[in-house]
Every structure is written in structure tokens, then in C-alpha cells.
Design a protein around this ligand. Structure first.
Ligand code: BGC
Length: 255
């Protein structure tokens, strides 16, 4: 039990990578706050899986893209669970469009959920740790696109690049409080965010051809990396990004 009695909040955990993280950490004894936009059946299913893994938790709903919500989410989580030890900023969205067609609404959505949400939820979480005089862990689910350009996804790349520098900055600023901050950067994973891609055989084959390990990741493979960074084993790791991308980022070859 690597996470026994730790209380972990995972944003965007009604599905995809977030759900896999909630379940994996619960298997190691963590109590889980399942956070998502809405308290719906999917969020409930994640909580059921957390319980089936032998742990417990609760569901808290709220769009992380507003500061007011972020404060409320942390407040409610602490009220329900007694305290928080680890924050996993996993909630993320992407919108595809050529740069010249990107709308303000799509730009705001992507930046608000992926970057502003992680920023201000972290701020509220750190205030809670400071007020209770405890250290803690922050793990952001970034993307291989915190480094790698992704044509037609400029707002997504801007948000993930921003998340990279936010993480590095906070690692330094929060170290005196005993708080570590790291990113896990997945490549292509079989989750709902890639629904359209998974349904398009030609597009999927072109992507897989770029991945040295020759396949997409399973969400549980990303969850294992988050588990490491959230666990006591990573006590001296801060300010770093752990890529879980099957080799995608540094893949280059000539015929
Ligand atoms: C994106 C996916 C993309 C993958 C690999 C992820 O961050 O969400 O849409 O397929 O990176 O490029």
C-alpha cells in the first residue's frame, strides 16, 4: 500500500486518464476525491471503482476554469474528507482548428480548463496545506505537447507549454513548504479525448507509425507514472516531467 490514508483529489476523473489514476491510487490505499464538471453517472462509476478497489472517497462537481469554483472545490473536498494531501491536475480539453480559424470561445475553453484551472486549483490547494502546516504533492497531467508542436492544436500546445513552466516555477517556489510539483506527459492514449482519432483507421495508423513502441498507451500506464510521483518513493523528485509516450517525443529517423 504505497498511498495508505493519503487523500488525493483528481480533476477530470469521470473518465479517461483521470479515472485510471483514481483507480490506481485507490488500489494503493489512497482515498479519492473524484472531481469532474458534473456529478453524473460517469463520476459515480469512478467512485464505485474506487470502492471496489478497497478504498473510499466522494464526488465533487465543478468546472475548474473559474477561480471561484476552484476555491469551492478545495473547500468542499476538505469538508468531506477532512484534509487533502495530493492534487492531480488532470482535467483537460482540446479543440482542433487551423490557427487562422481558432475562435475566442475555443481558445478560452482550452486555456481555462487546462491552464487557468490547474493554476488556481493549485493555489487553493497550497493555501490549505499552508494553513494546516503540511507538505504535499502536486502532479499535473500535461502532454507530450508541452514540448512537441501539434499543428492545428495551437491553443492546446500553448496550454501545455504553459503548464510546463508553471510546474517548474512552482517547484522552486513551493519547495520551502515541503511541496513537490511534477508533470506526467502522456503521448497518445486510448481515451475519449481521442475518440475521433480512434474511429479513423488511416489517421490512427499514421500516428502509430510515429510511436517507436508501435501502439497507443493504456490509461493505466499513465496512472502508474502519476502513482510514482504522488508516492513517498518520489520524495526527492520535483520540477521534472516524466514522459509516458512510447518514445514519440524524440522519434526521428531517415530512410
Ligand atoms: C492529445 C492527443 C494526441 C496525442 C499525441 C495528446 O496530448 O490529447 O489528441 O493524439 O497527444 O499527439
Amino acid at each position: 500500500m504505497r498511498m495508505k490514508d493519503t487523500v488525493v483529489l483528481v480533476t477530470g476523473s469521470a473518465q479517461g486518464i483521470g479515472r485510471a489514476i483514481a483507480i490506481r491510487l485507490a488500489q494503493e490505499g489512497a482515498r479519492i476525491v473524484v472531481e469532474d464538471r458534473q456529478d453524473n453517472a460517469m463520476a459515480g462509476q469512478t467512485l464505485d471503482s474506487v470502492r471496489a478497489a478497497g478504498s473510499d472517497g466522494c464526488v465533487i462537481a465543478g468546472d475548474v476554469g473559474s477561480v471561484e469554483n476552484d476555491r469551492a472545490i478545495i473547500e468542499q473536498a476538505v469538508a468531506k474528507m477532512g484534509r487533502l494531501d495530493v492534487l492531480v491536475n488532470n482535467a483537460g480539453v482540446e479543440r482542433r482548428a487551423p490557427f487562422l480559424d481558432v475562435t475566442e470561445a475555443d481558445y478560452d475553453l482550452v486555456m481555462n480548463v487546462n491552464l487557468k484551472g490547474a493554476f488556481f486549483l493549485t493555489q487553493a490547494f497550497v493555501k490549505h496545506l499552508r494553513d494546516t502546516q503540511r507538505g504535499g504533492r502536486i502532479v499535473n497531467v500535461s502532454s507530450v505537447h508541452e514540448e512537441l508542436p501539434f499543428p492545428h492544436f495551437a491553443s492546446y500546445c500553448a496550454s501545455k507549454g504553459g503548464m510546463k513552466m508553471m510546474m517548474r516555477n512552482l517547484a522552486i517556489e513551493l519547495a520551502p513548504l515541503g511541496i513537490t510539483v511534477n508533470n506526467v506527459a502522456p503521448g497518445a492514449v486510448g481515451t475519449p479525448i481521442n475518440q475521433q482519432l480512434l474511429a479513423n483507421k488511416a489517421q490512427l495508423e499514421a500516428l502509430v507509425a510515429n510511436i517507436p513502441l508501435g501502439r497507443l498507451a493504456n490509461p493505466s500506464e499513465v496512472a502508474n507514472a502519476v502513482l510514482f510521483l504522488a508516492s513517498p518513493e518520489a520524495s526527492y523528485v520535483t520540477g521534472t516531467t516524466l514522459f509516458v509516450d512510447g518514445g514519440l517525443l524524440w522519434n526521428y529517423a531517415e530512410q
